[in-house]
Ligand binder design. Structure first.
Ligand code: COA
Length: 305
């Protein structure tokens, strides 16, 4: 099916069936759609996603009286890798081609920015939807829930800096070096927004590890968590974990982990974290060294590389 192209400004208004970029006015309706699907996105998170990737949140809107979003996809570009997330169609409208149209529009958006390698995290039963489009399964993104109330409240690790006390540009540099992605705009926005905290372990003029802790619905979410690839870096990543547990206490913390980071998987299992609904990391094209980056202890949410 050929996707409708978003009309240029000054041309006809969107028709029923058009795929259009979201505006801040769509946030409420997007939240309604994702909540219907049981996904935990906050208003702040959706607003941030729209702000950091102009034109990347694509929608099918109802043209009826009620402002309703019928389907969405988030097509993002982080440096040389594109990413597809938030792929969702209203349950009563599935199986009629809307998902394929949204994917086509999302991929067209990414390609229009000159990017040909695209990643995504697929939930288990949707892998064939993406493989039919040429995506190939690579590794597994494990999801864990950790009840922090089961521990005694840990001491705040003195090595971890937060808030105005951090060297943001060095954390961004570490993220770029290790992940191979350019998430500067996102990290600056997360640092500025009140619902998220950057936790950073500095050393001299560099950063050994950083993590983002973000308020989500009923829990806090840790990720990305990135360190240099060394024993010192691994220790720093664990220290960020301790600081994150302290800040989350006594709530639930969720974290997505690449299965090949065995140290992080072992750490979480030893803490009694519960694994649920793993996802399959899939790629289209050649993501080069961003395919399986080292030093990644926790992933950003599915739509953020
Ligand atoms: C996945 C989803 C977005 C697909 O949207 P959709 O509008 O139903 O998809 P389409 O009608 O465009 O289907 C396109 C093709 O994919 C197939 N397909 C659709 N949903 C599928 C699924 N869950 N698993 C496997 N294949 C699927 C269809 O059979 C169709 O194939 P065909 O052309 O050979 O008949 C939709 O089912 C959905 O919102 N699911 C719940 C949320 C979700 O899991 N999102 C993905 C997160 S990674």
């Amino acid at each position: 099916m050929t996707p409708h192209v978003t009309p240029a400004p000054g041309t006809d208004p969107p028709r029923e069936g058009d795929t259009v970029p979201a505006t801040p006015k769509d946030v409420k309706a997007i939240i309604r759609l994702v909540e219907e699907a049981g996904w935990a996105y906050t208003r702040a998170e959706v607003e941030r996603l729209i702000a950091v990737q102009p034109g990347g949140m694509l929608l099918k809107r109802s043209t009826g009286f009620r402002h309703e979003v019928l389907g969405c996809v988030y097509a993002s570009v982080w440096g040389r890798l594109g990413f597809i997330g938030l792929m969702l169609v209203k349950e009563s409208l599935r199986g009629q081609g809307m998902g394929q149209e949204l994917m086509a529009a999302g991929m067209a958006h990414i390609r229009s920015l000159g990017i040909s390698s695209v990643g995504l995290d697929s939930v288990g039963n949707v892998v064939s939807f993406y493989s039919d489009l040429g995506f190939k399964a690579d590794w597994t993104s494990l999801r864990f829930g950790l009840e922090t109330a089961r521990f005694d409240l840990p001491e705040a690790p003195p090595e971890v800096r937060r808030g105005g006390d951090i060297d943001l540009s060095r954390a961004i540099e570490l993220d770029r070096t290790m992940s191979g992605l350019d998430r500067e705009g996102l990290l600056r926005r997360l640092h500025a927004d009140g619902d998220s905290t950057l936790l950073v372990v500095p050393t001299g003029k560099a950063v050994l590890a950083y993590g983002v802790l973000r308020r989500s619905k009923g829990c806090l979410r840790l990720g990305p968590l990135v360190s240099v690839q060394s024993e010192e870096g691994a220790l720093a990543a664990r220290t960020v974990m301790t600081a994150a547990i302290r800040e989350t206490y006594p709530r639930m913390m969720t974290v997505n982990v690449p299965d090949y980071n065995e140290a992080m998987v072992e750490l979480l299992v030893s803490m009694g974290a519960v694994s649920y609904a793993p996802c399959t990391r899939m790629y289209l094209g050649d993501p080069g060294r961003t395919r399986r980056p080292e030093g990644i202890w926790a992933l950003g949410a599915a739509e953020k590389g």
